[in-house]
Design a protein around this ligand. Structure first.
Ligand code: ADP
Length: 652
């Protein structure tokens, strides 16, 4: 068993294809992870990086907490099963399974007992003498699985293992592999383009598109709470119905208006929406699953006139395809078996409003996430330094007041991160849900909702809290932003400048100092008694150029950047990411600048500092400064992030 951690992984092939883009995933012991997505979305590339068959362009990959980017495939203790079985045709099933173990010098008896155990699990005990060509596709795939099982790996990697099998066999092998996972109790990572395989086998599914993770979730959460239009459309057959609409509010009703109908709903039915989207009358895409559309006899305020254009009878159920009379928008409706509907028939349809999905037309992300991170409420300026929201008054600062301008009526957007311990606010729990290891709490204020999540169970019927000023956003009543949530990350343009440095090198590659020290301790003797040519060499690398000053990167960062950019580093455009909270204030600091503005959030203070026409935000912690004063500071070398803007890769 093993835990794997993939942090900001990227893969850029030599021809420039960006196959994997900022992939982040934690894989726990004994999980069955499925990577699913259309062909070419980067599933196999990610799996191959995990296996060590493909170099990682940027990012960190850990096995059991140990950095494994450069670990040889054979040292990763993983077994891979491929679509084309990859069996040796001239060897018997037994020999195929024994081969890898013989190379590793596993004793003969042990090999024999492992093969027999695996053959039993896979029900191929009486096939061991056969050659692969005498076997069916399904049996061959069992042998390929057997060959993986006998190695007793920490992790099984399966790359579309069932794609060559016919539909019936695929379905039975699906349950076989699930059973195998239960019997072996090992981490499985399974790649497929087939959403049914993903839904039926995975404990956790990673949906990918164009090298990017679109959602990581349990099968049911993917279906019920798709995070974006892509996942919503990818999971489920027949596909979710989509149409363009706009949202606005009339009294207590929320109107979803489209070319064919104004559908009326209320906040109760779409609790998870942040009302800022309604106030701004956002353009949205509505998604309705085929089973959430009803055909009704009688007309009511929300029914839509439509005509049946196709009836697909599937036996136990039917898919009825209709077009709205207004606007001719198509919908697929799933109904229980029904023989009465006919093509050409005029009917009324209506949506189950507690199950509609609403996506932002621009970002394509859901506006109804299961764990809604933001909620917006009406607020009022009571006096220059106090705002009333959620029925309570809280203190603001002159800095915030200035941003609010003349606005007295406001909207305050509360991010979940702005909720902190305290007793100023108190709301009733509307519901408490457990989702994985997270608890999601729905809190109610008048007819509006606020969501909060935590790993802890919170007892009682009321929730008391305070708000962290820096994480609030303020808007005018039309939804125009007045002051955004504070972002402590500075993006500073910079460059890499040539420098010569002494660094540890093994053959022609830079290696980490810890690796060099380890080699040195073992007198530079590698596996198999080979003498390794590791030495400290003076080579051409680089320093950081930030605010026209030279900052020396730490060696491990040099290695990461160098392994991606090589000698081309000087040509690339670089942005540094500097966290305002990770800057050291010091009289002797190598950087200096003038405070141009103070961002005062009562218990947190940030300073905008002008350094040579550029600006940087600094949290001065204990020290306090006034506008016009000089702040001297140092950057913390190992905390500086770096983005290559040409590749679009966050290297550090
Ligand atoms: P999937 O497994 O999801 O079908 P892949 O990981 O195989 O996708 O491929 C992701 C992208 O990377 C595709 O655009 C593919 O064409 C490209 N790609 C895969 N292997 C290579 C390679 N060796 N060289 C260049 N491009 C590659």
């Amino acid at each position: 068993m093993a835990t794997l951690s993939l942090k900001h992984l990227y893969k850029i092939y030599d021809n420039g294809t960006k196959a994997v883009n900022d992939f982040n995933l934690e894989i726990g012991e004994n999980e069955f992870i499925v990577f699913v997505g259309p062909s070419g979305c980067g599933k196999s590339t990610t799996l191959r990086m995990i296996a060590g068959l493909e170099d990682i362009t940027a990012g960190d990959f850990y096995i059991d907490g140990i950095l494994a980017n450069n670990l040889e495939p054979k040292d990763r203790d993983m077994a891979m099963v491929f679509q084309n079985y990859a069996l040796y045709p001239h060897m018997s099933v037994y020999e195929n399974m024994a081969f890898g173990l013989r190379i590793k010098h596993v004793p003969k008896d042990e090999i024999d007992s492992r093969i027999k155990d695996a053959a039993k699990i896979l029900d191929i005990e009486n096939q061991l003498a056969k050659k692969p060509k005498e076997m069916s596709g399904g049996q061959k795939q069992r042998v390929a699985l057997g060959r993986a099982i006998v190695r007793k790996p920490k992790v099984f990697l399966l790359d579309e293992p069932l794609s060559n099998l016919d539909a019936k066999l695929r379905s039975s092998m699906r349950s076989e592999i699930t059973r195998l996972h239960n019997v072996l109790g090992t981490t499985f990572i399974y790649v497929t383009h087939d959403q049914i395989e993903a839904m039926t086998m995975g404990t956790k599914i990673v949906v990918m598109e164009k090298g990017v993770i679109k959602q990581v979730d349990t099968p049911m959460n993917l279906y019920d709470y798709p995070a974006n239009e892509f996942v919503a459309g990818f999971i489920g057959t027949p596909q979710m119905n989509f149409y363009k609409a706009k949202l606005h509010q009339e009294g207590e009703e929320i109107i979803i208006s489209s070319s064919f109908k104004d559908v009326r709903t209320n906040l109760e039915a779409i609790k998870r929406i942040d009302i800022l989207n309604i106030i701004k009358e956002s353009n949205v895409v509505i998604g309705v699953r085929p089973e959430h559309i009803k055909i009704c006899e009688e007309k009511d305020v929300n029914s839509i006139e439509a005509e049946i254009v196709v009836v697909e009878a599937l036996g136990n159920e039917s898919n009825i395809i209709v077009e709205t009379l207004n606007g001719r928008t198509r919908f697929v409706i799933r109904t229980p078996r029904n023989d009465t509907y006919l093509v050409g028939q005029k009917i009324f349809i209506s949506f189950d409003l507690s199950h509609v999905h609403i996506f932002d037309e621009d970002t394509q992300n859901t506006l109804l996430p299961r764990n809604q991170l933001t909620s917006t409420f009406k607020a009022k300026l009571v006096d220059d330094l106090h705002v009333e929201v959620l029925g309570k008054t809280f203190e603001i600062t002159p800095y915030i007041k200035e941003a609010l301008g003349e606005n007295k009526e406001l909207l305050v957007r509360i991010n979940q991160s702005s909720i902190k311990e305290g007793k100023t606010f108190s709301l009733d729990f509307e519901s408490k849900e457990k989702v994985g290891d997270l608890r999601i709490y729905c809190l109610k204020h008048a007819k509006e909702y606020l969501f909060y999540s935590s790993r802890d169970y919170i007892e009682g019927t009321v929730f008391e809290f305070d708000l962290r000023l820096s994480d609030l956003a303020f808007y005018d009543l039309k939804g125009n932003l007045l002051l955004d949530k504070f972002n402590p990350l500075n993006e500073v343009d910079g460059a890499l400048e040539k420098a010569r440095k002494e660094l540890p090198v093994l053959s022609k590659s830079l290696i980490e100092e810890e690796v060099y020290e380890e080699l040195k301790k073992n007198n530079f003797i590698g596996k198999g008694g080979k003498k390794l040519k590791a030495k400290i060499k003076k080579i051409n690398v680089f320093n950081y150029k930030i605010f026209e000053k030279t900052v020396e990167p730490i060696n491990n960062h040099i290695i990461k950047i160098y392994s991606l950019l090589g000698k081309r580093f000087a040509e690339h455009h670089i942005k540094f990411i500097i966290d305002a909270n990770k800057i050291n204030i010091s009289e002797e600091g190598m950087f200096g600048g003038i405070v141009s503005k103070i961002l005062d959030y009562i218990d947190e203070k940030y300073y905008f500092v002008q350094v040579d026409n550029k600006e940087i935000l600094i949290n001065a912690k204990e020290t306090s400064f006034k506008e016009g004063e000089t702040i001297k500071f140092d950057l913390i070398n190992n905390e500086i992030g770096l983005i290559d803007t040409d590749f679009g890769v966050r290297i550090i």
